[in-house]
Design a protein around this ligand. Structure first.
Ligand SMILES: Nc1ncnc2c1ncn2[C@@H]1O[C@H](COP(=O)(O)OP(=O)(O)OP(=O)(O)O)[C@@H](O)[C@H]1O
Ligand SMILES: [Mg+2]
Length: 315
């Protein structure tokens, strides 16, 4: 599979890439953290591509995609007859990644027994195929990622602390898009160019109103949401420029600026909805926590959510 182009304009991301350049030279494990859609997989690719292992394989494993038994044989391989459907010997991803890098995505989702096996690979680079007692040793650099609060998982006993410390030798936190708005115009232009090729449509770019709307939106789904939004606007757009309406970004503060309304009550309502939504996002849509932060009653908050029609875009 090919690699992605990583757009980096904001000082915060440019700085992350400088860190990656240094980290890439080592063989240390890196745990990439950050909300869903911030680009964790792209940063993992960059660590591999900027490392001495760049010409060897980069093997991706989505640990959340398979049940425990299948994930184990996916990672370590199996021998013929190890289980009913094991009709041939099979190499695991760790063997395929020998000499290169393995990227364990959604690491927060693996079960505790599998965490124990993984810990051994990390410590000794040694494992056995399912159904075999022959040890295999590989030379693999391990990268992992999760959008879960892994420290909370450790505290709850759902993630082994020794594995966490081993993986977390070099933590790399990718901030959400709303904390690096300088990336938005560049990313939007990049995605528009791609969508124009796919749809064979042609736009001159984004109108000022569209750009303002994108810059003031909170992007709870981060870069993935921006990508989807631009793709959709490219399909919908009928004019020379992508306009704010084509983006369907509800709840952006700029929406009342565009309508030209100077009614104070209406403006306060829009602001209130936007502000509450932001605090909800910051608190993972936990209403009890959000009410505490806003210093209002929990029941009053849920009434406001209904009245102002505030929705969690991820639901
Ligand atoms: N800096 C960037 N430049 C270009 N494209 C990006 C960038 N960051 C993210 N993307 C794009 O956004 C989408 C989401 O990125 P990615 O899959 O790496 O996110 P993630 O952090 O792994 O999310 P999740 O936790 O949901 O798996 C991808 O299509 C990716 O190509
Ligand atoms: Mg991912």
């Amino acid at each position: 599979m090919g690699y992605h182009t990583l757009i980096a304009k904001s000082p915060i991301i440019v700085e992350k890439l400088a860190v990656i350049d240094r980290v890439a030279k080592t063989d240390a494990s890196v745990l990439i953290l950050g909300e869903s859609g911030v680009g964790k997989e792209l940063f993992a690719e960059q660590i591999h591509l900027r490392s001495p292992r760049r010409d060897a394989s980069f093997v991706r494993v989505n640990c959340a995609a398979l049940p425990e038994g299948l994930l184990e044989s996916e990672l370590f391989g199996h021998v013929k007859g190890a289980f009913t459907s094991a009709v041939t010997n099979r190499q695991g991803r760790f063997e395929l990644a020998d000499g290169g890098t393995i990227f364990l995505d959604e690491i927060g989702d693996i079960t505790v027994p599998l965490q124990a096996k993984l810990l051994r690979v990390i410590q000794q680079r040694t494992f056995e195929k399912v159904g075999s007692d022959v040890s295999i040793t590989v030379n693999v650099r391990i990268l992992a990622a999760t959008n879960k609060d892994i420290e909370a998982l450790v505290a709850q006993g759902k993630f082994r602390s020794d594995l966490y410390y081993r993986l977390n030798v070099l933590p790399l936190y990718i901030p959400p898009l709303r904390q690096r708005p300088e990336d938005i115009p560049e990313l939007a232009a990049f995605f528009l160019k791609q969508s124009m090729l796919e749809t064979k449509k042609r736009f001159d770019g984004f109108s000022d109103a569209a750009m303002d709307a994108m810059l003031s939106y909170a992007w709870p789904g981060n870069v993935r949401e921006l990508e989807n939004c631009v793709e959709r606007s490219c399909v919908i757009g009928k004019n020379k420029w992508i306009d704010a309406e084509d983006l369907f970004l509800k709840k952006a503060v700029s929406s009342f600026q565009e309508t030209g309304s100077r009614n104070l009550k209406a403006a306060i309502t829009v602001f209130k909805a936007h502000f509450i939504q932001k605090v909800l996002e910051e608190n993972n849509w936990n209403q009890t926590e959000t009410a505490k932060v806003l210093d209002i009653q929990r029941t009053y908050l849920s009434r406001l959510i209904k009245e102002l029609d505030i929705v969690n875009p991820k639901e």
